[in-house]
Design a protein around this ligand. Structure first.
Ligand code: ATP
Ligand code: MG
Length: 410
């Protein structure tokens, strides 16, 4: 095929994305399901900026593990609070500084000045001079500001206690000044603040807003909302969203990281689009999972050492999953398939209790996931699934290993 034909063919493939950019990590959605309380707490903390601006300088600490919506919540709060304050004729600005990029006090203060558009002289200023310039500029222009120091852990550990003290105690030296600067500090844990001297640490811990890892139910709601913005209707079935939510939900042993869940959804969408598929399936999620999860190599390593009957059982699970639009298959069906495969391979099938033991071994090796069926299934049964894919590649590896075991070459 000549190049223009390839280009034309690729362009003519149907698209399943309505707005793919809305799945990008830096995209700010219109709403954050399950972060309403944190948003309310932020409003309560900064309410004085509209009721009695300048009366005091607020400092709030947002704490939560990776991907729990801290950055997104702060940015959305900042964006919308500023808008509403302006309607009430209060000149409020929101500034978001990433301390991963700006780890020294000098860089943080310079970045604040830049975002607040404070005119600075060409000659180099000291940190103190620059900070004073910011404070007087705010006074002269009658501006209030909320400054978020994101990934504050880095700043605290690298810039140290004195630098944190400098910012936290901004107005201690000027008790009569109008308090125009307010702060939001974001950190993954409070443990990183224990490096600070105890007075500064306890000062920071006074107002905490916690971001717990998301449960699978919460992740499902988040994915559902974000998917409705990113994909055309009907492209992603609920089962697929539930499956991703269960992989990452904190109640199911995941980390509760929304960023990871959304990335998985986006990569699954890309895998579907590449194939020209009009639907995103569980198999696309498996492929995506193998792309982003660093422990896939570990899994094939673990597979390498499995005894023959665990390999046959794994093959049975793969075969059933391949013909199944749902992410899980039932234990009973797996056992039947296993017996059938044993007959085909001329192997004596093991008894039920032994087979169950194999399932537990595969689970312990993190090769499969298990759960007990809930609603939608008759009776209670163990359900099995595999995160990794594509299943065809996994099947080839497993069959190859079975053959080698049978021939005694491995
Ligand atoms: N409740 C939510 N609803 C919709 N999207 C969310 C929600 N929480 C997080 N997200 C999305 O998940 C991604 C990660 O969120 P965010 O960057 O705010 O996490 P974080 O807590 O700052 O993580 P880190 O500690 O790694 O910086 C973002 O793309 C964000 O838009
Ligand atoms: Mg963040």
């Amino acid at each position: 095929m000549v190049s223009w034909e390839i280009i034309r063919e690729e362009l003519s493939k149907p698209t399943i994305f309505k707005g793919k950019e809305s799945l990008a990590p830096e995209f700010l959605p219109d709403k954050l399901p399950h972060r309403e309380n944190q948003l309310r707490d932020l409003v309560a903390s900064f309410k004085h900026l509209v009721t009695s601006p300048g009366s005091f300088s607020q400092k709030v600490l947002l704490v939560g593990s990776v991907g729990t919506g801290k950055t997104a919540t702060a940015r959305i709060f900042g964006r919308d609070f500023v808008r509403i304050a302006r309607q009430r004729h209060i000149n409020l600005r929101y500034v978001h500084v990433n301390c991963h990029r700006n780890r020294m006090l000098y860089n943080v203060v310079l970045e604040m000045a830049r975002q607040l558009e404070v005119p600075l002289p060409q000659r180099g200023l000291s940190v103190q001079e620059m900070y004073t310039a910011i404070l007087s500029y705010l006074d002269e222009t009658n501006v209030y500001a909320i400054v978020t120091l994101d990934e504050f852990d880095y700043f605290a550990s690298i810039a140290g206690s004195d630098a944190v003290y400098f910012l936290v105690r901004t107005y201690d030296e000027y008790p009569d000044m109008i308090k125009r600067l307010n702060f939001i500090f974001i950190t993954r844990s409070t443990a990183s603040l224990s490096l600070l001297d105890s007075a500064t640490e306890s000062y920071l811990l006074k107002h905490i807003i916690k971001f717990d890892p998301y449960t699978s139910k919460e992740l499902y709601d988040i994915l559902k909302y974000r998917a409705s913005q990113a994909f055309y209707e009907g492209v992603v079935e609920d089962d697929v969203l539930k499956y991703i939510a269960e992989i990452e939900g904190v109640d199911k042993g995941g980390r509760g990281n929304a960023r990871f869940a959304l990335e998985l959804l986006m990569l699954a969408g890309e895998a579907a689009e590449k194939e020209g598929s009009l639907k995103v399936t569980v198999e696309h999620v498996r492929k995506a999972f193998s792309v982003i999860s660093p422990d896939v190599a570990m899994v094939s390593e673990a597979i390498y050492y499995l005894p023959l009957h665990e390999l046959i059982l794994l093959w049975a699970i793969i075969r059933l999953l391949k013909n199944n639009p749902q992410p899980y298959v039932r234990m009973g069906d797996v056992e039947k398939e296993y017996i059938m495969l044993c007959e085909m391979l001329n192997e004596e099938p093991r008894r039920h209790t032994q087979v169950y033991e194999y399932v537990m071994n595969l689970k312990r090796a993190s090769i499969i996931d298990t759960r007990i069926s809930g609603k939608g299934y008759r009776g209670r049964t163990t359900l099995l699934s595999i995160r990794y894919g594509p299943l065809d590649a996994l099947e080839r590896l497993v069959v190859d290993l079975i053959n080698k075991r049978k021939m005694g070459t491995l």
